[in-house]
Design a protein around this ligand. Structure first.
Ligand SMILES: Cc1cc2nc3c(=O)[nH]c(=O)nc-3n(C[C@H](O)[C@H](O)[C@H](O)COP(=O)(O)OP(=O)(O)OC[C@H]3O[C@@H](n4cnc5c(N)ncnc54)[C@H](O)[C@@H]3O)c2cc1C
Ligand code: FES
Length: 291
C-alpha cells in the first residue's frame, strides 16, 4: 500500500517535515513509538518517529535530520503528492505514561522531535513538564509547538563558528547541555528527566543527573534494520541483559544502560558529521567558492 505525501516543509537548516497518509499508524501510534520507512525501490529502511498525528484523518508527520544518503535523497526527490513505498509501524514500546511530577525533557538537535509527543502526553496527564532544546541556532525547530504544549520550553542555542568541524560542534553540544542541565537541577526540583539525542551527549547528561539521584528515561538510537526483533542489530545491554531496542525500547532506564558499549556501536560523532559538512558547504557558497 503506497503512502501519499500530503505536505512537505523545510523547517530549518537540514530539517525536513513530511506529512504522510498512513491510517494504520495514525490509528494506533502512542508516544515513544516509531515507524520504519522505505522511500525508494532500491532504498534502505530507516527508523523515524511520528511527531504528530490525526487518528481520524489518518496522517502522521515525520521530521528528518538530513544527515546521510537516505534522508538527503528524501529531501531532494520527494514532493507533495508523491507516494512512499513502505511505512511500517507503529513499532517499539510506548513511553511510560505516569504521573512523575516535575519533568525535565531534553532534546539534543533533532532529538527534540522525539521528545515532542512524549512531553505533550506527560503534560496532558498531569505532569509539570519543562522541555530543553540544545542545538545549533540554525536548527531550532518546533519552538511554538512546545510553548503551546508544555509548562515551559527553554532553547539553549549556539552559533556555528567558522572553521568548526564535527568535534567542535559535538564538544559545544555536550558543554552547553551539561551546563544548562546542572544549572536547572541545582536551582529547581525535578522528579524525572528524559533525553533523546546522540549517545555520547546523553551519557554526559546522565552523569550530571546521576549526581542528583533523579530517575532518567533515555530513548536510544542504535542501528536498526528490520526493527521487528529478528536481527539484533539494535542490541543494547541494559541492567546486564541483552535487549533489542526495537522491541524492548527504544526507551530505557538510563541508570541501567551500558553507555560505553552503545557509543562504541553507533559512533558518537556520526550524527554531527553531516551538520559539519553542510555548514562547510554553506560557508563555501557564501564565499562564492566552488562546492
Ligand atoms: C527509534 C529511532 C527513531 C528515530 N527517529 C528519528 C527521527 O524522528 N528523525 C530523524 O531525523 N532521525 C531519527 N532516527 C535516526 C535515523 O534513523 C537516521 O538518521 C537515519 O537512518 C539516517 O539515514 P541516512 O541514510 O540519511 O544517513 P547515514 O549516512 O546512513 O547515517 C547517518 C547516521 O544515522 C545513523 N543510522 C543510519 N542508519 C540507521 C538505521 N537504520 N537505524 C538507526 N540509525 C541509523 C548512523 O549511525 C549515523 O550516525 C531514529 C532512529 C531510531 C533508532
Ligand atoms: S533492528 Fe533487528 S532486532 Fe532490532
Amino acid at each position: 500500500m503506497p503512502y501519499k505525501i500530503l505536505d512537505k516543509k523545510e523547517l530549518a537548516m537540514n530539517e525536513v517535515m513530511y506529512k504522510i497518509h498512513a491510517p494504520h499508524v495514525a490509528k494506533k501510534v502512542q508516544p515513544g513509538q516509531f515507524v520504519i520507512v522505505r522511500a525508494f525501490p532500491n532504498g534502505e529502511r530507516i527508523p523515524l518517529t511520528p511527531v504528530t498525528w490525526d487518528r481520524e484523518e489518518g496522517w502522521i508527520t515525520l521530521i528528518t535530520f538530513v544527515r546521510g544518503k537516505t534522508t538527503m535523497r528524501m529531501a531532494n526527490e520527494l514532493k507533495p503528492g508523491d507516494e512512499i513505498l513502505n511505512v511500517a509501524g507503529p513499532l517499539g514500546n510506548p513511553a511510560p505514561m505516569e504521573k512523575f511530577g516535575r519533568v525535565l525533557a531534553i532534546g539534543l538537535i533533532t532529538g527534540i522531535v522525539e521528545v515532542f509527543p512524549i512531553a505533550r502526553a506527560w503534560q496532558e496527564i498531569g505532569n509539570d513538564v519543562t522541555t530543553l532544546h540544545v542545538t545549533p541556532n540554525p536548527m531550532i525547530i518546533l519552538k511554538e509547538d512546545f510553548e503551546n504544549a508544555v509548562s515551559r520550553h527553554i532553547v539553549e542555542g549556539f552559533d556555528l563558528q567558522p572553521g568548526w568541524g564535527m568535534n567542535e560542534i559535538a564538544q559545544e553540544l555536550v558543554k552547553r547541555a551539561t551546563a544548562k542541565v546542572r544549572e536547572l537541577l541545582e536551582n529547581e526540583h525535578f522528579d524525572m528527566v528524559l533525553t533523546v539525542g546522540p549517545a555520547g551527549a546523553q551519557k554526559a547528561i546522565f552523569n550530571v543527573v546521576k549526581e542528583f539521584g533523579i530517575p532518567m528515561h533515555a530513548d536510544l538510537h542504535p542501528i536498526m534494520v528490520d526493527a521487528t526483533g529478528m536481527c539484533g542489530a539494535c542490541r543494547v545491554t541494559v541492567g546486564g541483559e541483552v535487549k533489542f531496542a526495537c522491541i524492548d525500547g527504544p526507551g530505557f532506564d538510563a541508570y541501567k544502560v551500558d553507555w560505553d558499549e552503545l557509543i562504541h556501536r553507533t559512533g558518537f560523532y556520526a550524527p554531527l558529521e553531516r551538520l559539519a559538512l553542510e555548514h562547510y558547504l554553506k560557508q563555501l557558497q557564501a564565499q562564492g567558492g566552488e562546492q
